[in-house]
Ligand binder design. Structure first.
Ligand code: ATP
Length: 349
């Protein structure tokens, strides 16, 4: 039995239809017209203890709605969820002992009170013993470097400071599973890195299972061994980020730097008639091409036979560009049979 089991999950919302024409507002008030909006159509997956999984998708794909169902905040319209053997919306209280939740855009801390007051309240709510409470508070506050913030009112904290305090709050009761909904949103590079290091540590050292939604690929590269991508309420990919890179990155770029711009432009003209795109920026020539249609070795050989660049580098399509292409164009066909279960599978719903 997996720690998290989701089968054919579905969630619809009823939304008001905006009327137009004469007396539209009055007609809507008297007889509101409703429409069913499908946020999650049909999603199935399972997560084992200790995994760290990214849950990706474009805006509006249904990520937060899934997390809200996994945490029991929302009741599914169809399908089933089990988290640590419990049905979250039916056993909200019991379930809350097993899980910690961090919403990057929402706070669980009391805005006008010192941080520590919120922690004291959580201790009471989760019936955490004083011994466990002090031990966890001391350990996490030290690693997250928030000791000096504990007596400060939450509203006076910077976003990065508040997020560290939020994460501490979610872990005081030692949950088995941590759901993180965009935990690094709006943070600067240093603050993001601190939070990533801490999350990685609790996954590795304490075995806390992670499910993370984010739009930041660095979060995933650093933290998650498995990536699930959803789109329009369906799971479209379940596997590693590396597998996506290996099988879907088609564009590659050769960058050659020359003594001067004229040499770079002369080198660019060598590729007329090749199925590539060239661009000269000062002394640098960039040659972009689809690596499935033309061999890198052919291009390099041609370049080096006729020119002597000072420097030569190669770059694959970066993961941000790759993921946004998948969001735009979808992910089609199974690229090849996965060698083992985490290599990557295109899921057809
Ligand atoms: N309470 C609600 N009432 C009506 N529609 C909702 C409600 N909550 C979410 N939706 C709709 O469900 C769809 C999925 O929303 P959700 O917030 O789960 O997306 P998301 O993948 O988390 O997006 P984002 O990356 O922008 O946070 C969206 O079209 C959204 O407008």
């Amino acid at each position: 039995m997996s720690l998290i089991e989701v089968k054919h999950l579905r969630k619809t919302f009823e939304t008001d239809v905006r009327r137009t024409g004469r007396f539209a507002t009055i007609r809507s008030l008297i007889k509101p017209e409703k429409r069913e909006m499908v946020a999650v159509e049909d999603i199935s997956f399972s997560i084992e203890k200790g995994e760290s999984v990214a849950y990706l998708g474009p805006n509006g794909a249904g990520k937060s709605t899934t997390i809200k169902m996994l945490t029991g905040i929302l009741e599914p319209s169809g399908g089933s969820i089990e988290v640590a053997g419990l049905i979250p919306h039916k056993s909200r209280k019991m379930s809350s002992y097993q899980i910690g939740v961090v919403f990057g855009q929402r706070s669980q801390l009391l805005f006008d009170l010192p941080v520590k007051d919120s922690y004291d309240l959580l201790r009471y709510m989760y019936s955490i013993s004083w011994e466990q409470y002090h031990r966890n508070l001391r350990e996490f506050a030290e690693v997250l470097e928030v000791e000096h913030l504990l007596n400060r009112p939450v509203r006076t904290l910077s976003l990065g400071q508040r997020m560290r305090c939020e994460i501490l709050a979610s872990l005081l009761h030692e949950p088995d599973i941590l759901f993180l909904d965009e935990p690094t949103i709006g943070l600067d590079v240093v603050a993001k890195e601190r939070i990533r290091a801490f999350i990685e540590k609790i996954n590795r050292e304490k075995g806390v299972t992670l499910l993370l939604t984010t739009h930041d690929m660095h979060d995933i590269e650093r933290l998650c061994h498995r990536t699930m991508i959803i789109d329009k309420g369906h799971l479209i990919y379940d596997g590693s980020l590396q597998h996506i890179r290996d099988h879907y990155a088609t564009e590659r770029q050769i960058k050659a730097t020359f003594e001067d711009t004229m040499l770079a432009e002369a080198a660019a003209s060598l590729f007329i008639g090749f199925n590539v795109h060239t661009l000269v920026e000062e002394r640098m020539l960039k040659v972009s091409y689809d690596q499935h249609h033309i061999d890198t070795s052919t291009l390099l050989k041609h370049l080096l036979e006729h020119t002597q660049p000072r420097d030569l580098t190669m770059q694959d399509e970066n993961i941000d560009a790759l993921i946004s292409r998948i969001y735009r164009e979808g992910i089609s066909g199974s690229p090849q049979e996965p060698q083992h279960e985490l290599e990557g599978v295109v899921v057809s719903s």
